[in-house]
Design a protein around this ligand. Sequence first.
Ligand SMILES: *Cc1c(COP(=O)(O)O)cnc(C)c1O
Length: 365
Amino acid sequence: MPRPILATIHPAAVQHNLERARRAAPDARLWAVVKANAYGHGIERVWEGLRSADGFALLDLAEAELLRQLGWRGPILLLEGVFEPRDLELCSRLSLWHAVHCDAQIDWLAAHKTQVPHRVFLKMNSGMNRLGFTPDRYRSAWARLNALPQVDEISFMTHFSDADGPRGIAHQVQAFHRATADLPGERCIANSAAILRHGGEGEVRLDWVRAGIVLYGSAPDHPERSAADWDLRPAMTLASRLIGVQRLQPGDSVGYGSRFTAEAPMTIGVVACGYADGYPRHCDTGTPVLVDGVRTRTVGRVSMDMITVDLTPVPQAGLGSEVTLWGRAANGAVLPIDEVAQAAGTVGYELMCALAPRVPVVVES
Ligand SMILES: *Cc1c(COP(=O)(O)O)cnc(C)c1O
């Protein structure tokens, strides 16, 4: 028998979450962001659930090729544009739309030989200071692009640094609109947090939105709001089983570094899941976990292949009992990935992307 750990992908949940994002940003076309292999879920596993999206946004050319092989004929947007000049040949061949964020990318386009002009998204650095032209350099970049025969329609995009937090997006929205005011073209600025929190505002929703994490059922602004608050459903369940049970006496300690010591007699379960499966090692005693669908906590350190859990709330549990690390248990109980991420000092994004290759994955039918 294989090791009992298993990840299950829920395409119906992805579809539900997509509809949820659409409701939050009515009238905008929606990019389903599927970079990083659909945030660790697998493009091949989720893309059918996302078919009603208006396009797919990603950044790896191999993933764009995969989507075309799977039969997607609609728009695909390369969020970081091309990485070297010859990538433009693939853009021409597969009719990929691409971001343009720096002068070198404009130079490469100017030297590119193509029959079909490219649809591009000119990226503004409106304050995040990763990619893009600053507002004062944006217009001249647009003029250069607009003069190229290799370029078809030019759209405008920027990305928010604080859509999920107290600083908010107003300063970036303002910078974006000021610098693009009289330029003709479609506009796209909202990520998941902006869609959920500001999708009702016309100056944020605009022509397109970019929905990423929301599709996978994690709240972009956890812990301020939970996935349940936003009516999002987990797209991934990571589950395993108990492979051992230990009875502890007061003073007995558990695991590497003896980080947990029993104060009273208690029973703990040993779960076939560790950091080599993608479960975060930073989760200390107290991280939530479901055993037979009942909420309990981890005790002691996460090791490579095992974690240990407190069985006090589930006295009937034993060898083979179901353990839900995140997602949905057989009894319907949900453990949000965001709560596990919080216990590890990180975000749901990282956990889903870090699911380890050794974990078998099935798609719920
Ligand atoms: C990843 C990404 C998104 C999606 O972000 P979420 O927070 O997952 O919605 C949107 N835009 C760009 C440019 C991105 O890189």
